[in-house]
Design a protein. Structure first.
Length: 439
């Protein structure tokens, strides 16, 4: 009986040891699964955090472009005067202003009676047709007067004075800056163009050209204003204007801080740069589309004020004031595309490796020349010089064209990739040459 008990005890002992061993392995596997999951969750958290920081950085990048445009095109008086001079020299704008101003004059003067008094008794029935022709002639003379250098100089002075008033009203959130001498002013949420100072400066010129009836119309009687634009949610716009205007250049600081933080956290910094580039392109494209969308209410409102649905003035004014912002955004889009292409070509993808190999083959025949050795030795300095040269040509462009910048960035990018490929090729060839010498 005793041996049977021993066998049973041995079987029980073995069974317990097996169970313990299995439990230990199960516990170890559970721990490993938990650690793997924690590591995976930690990596995901880092990835999402770095991506969020890079997207925020790209957002500040777009804000800095908008701030730069605001500083140079809206706040800068010299640029504003230049833009408004470009507006008044536009044929469509001159035509619409001369039409509106002649209509305002003829509503204040009984031109029919004026012409009738000048005609002999038998010719008085011709007063009506002559008056109609006289209005058309007046419109033409106003248009010609607005093209004179004297008027352009006066227009620039008026705009310089009016601009300071506009900026002060925006800075102080004051939307009632009406003055009889103000060329442009805010009335509530509407930006208005005042015809009074325009008429004041061309009145004598019209009189000297034979239109003496304008002497009967004083500048104070020309109470003609047209709505240039209506700004919805004016308090919000004023608040945003103040923030962007005062912190335009400072936005570069958070852009750099978020960008550097995102790249430091990113598991793959090359992919981090691509995330920054892609998010910037998306935001820049949305910004451009937003600018294009705002032109429709702007054009509709101005055409309604001019009572001319076919007027080209509104489109011309909108294009003149927004073309720089769209240009800056397009340049930034091209720059981001070059950044994405550069980071992709520097990566381990098969296409990237193949392209780099094709570029490096261009230098194979000269791999032992002194020129190639010098290029390999000074690759970093040459790339830095190319980037500085590109920055200078971007800030001071030889040609104001997006295609010029696109060509510049592509050429410099190819040169940089070629230099990096050449350096990497020379590094891989050195160990091979040592092995062959040992053989």
């Amino acid at each position: 009986m005793t041996p049977k008990k021993n066998n049973n005890s041995i079987k029980r002992g073995v069974s317990i040891e097996e169970r313990l061993s299995k439990l230990e392995s199960d516990v170890a596997m559970i721990k490993k699964t938990i650690e793997t999951k924690k590591t995976s969750d930690h990596k995901k958290l880092i990835l999402w955090t770095s991506s969020a920081l890079l997207v925020i950085s790209s957002l500040f990048f777009v804000f800095s472009i908008a701030g730069f445009w605001l500083k140079t095109n809206v706040v800068n008086t010299d640029v504003w005067v230049s833009k408004t001079s470009e507006v008044i020299q536009n044929p469509s704008v001159r035509s619409d202003i001369s039409t509106s101003l002649s209509n305002a004059i003829f509503t204040k003067v009984d031109v029919n009676s004026y012409v009738s008094d000048l005609l002999p008794e038998k010719a008085k029935p011709l007063a009506g047709p002559i008056s109609n022709s006289l209005q058309s002639f007046t419109q033409q003379q106003i248009n010609k007067a607005m093209q004179s250098q004297t008027f352009i100089n006066t227009w620039e002075q008026l705009n310089r004075k009016a601009h300071s008033g506009l900026i002060n009203s925006l800075d102080k959130a004051n939307t009632n800056s009406l003055n009889n001498n103000d060329l442009m002013y805010f009335s509530g949420d509407k930006l208005m163009l005042n015809f009074n100072p325009i008429y004041t400066n061309i009145r004598n010129k019209l009189s000297s050209r034979g239109l003496t009836f304008v002497d009967k119309v004083t500048p104070s009687q020309i109470n003609k204003q047209i709505q240039v634009a209506q700004v919805q949610q004016m308090p919000t716009v004023l608040f945003a204007f103040n923030i962007i205007n005062k912190a335009a250049l400072l936005m570069i600081i958070p852009m750099l801080l978020f960008g550097i933080g995102g790249l430091l956290l990113a598991p793959d910094r090359r992919k981090g740069l691509m995330i920054f580039g892609i998010s910037s392109i998306v935001l820049l494209v949305l910004n451009v589309q937003a600018v294009y969308l705002t032109q429709y209410p702007f054009i509709a409102g101005l055409n309604s004020a001019l009572q001319n649905s076919n007027s080209a003035s509104a489109q011309a004014i909108f294009d003149i004031y927004t073309k720089d912002l769209i240009y800056y955004d397009r340049v930034a889009i091209v720059l981001m595309l070059v950044l994405i292409a550069f980071t992709f070509l520097a990566g381990p993808a098969k296409m990237s490796v193949w392209i780099r190999a094709q570029i490096s083959k261009l230098f194979d025949s000269k791999s032992d020349s002194q020129v190639v050795k010098w290029l390999v030795k000074n690759t970093n300095y040459i790339i830095a010089g190319l980037l500085i040269f590109t920055f200078i040509l971007t800030v001071f462009p030889l040609i104001n064209s997006v295609w010029y910048l696109l060509t510049l960035f592509v050429v410099v990018g190819i040169l940089c990739i070629g230099l990096i490929s050449l350096k990497n090729t020379q590094k891989t060839k050195k160990p091979q040459s040592k092995k062959s010498s040992k053989k």
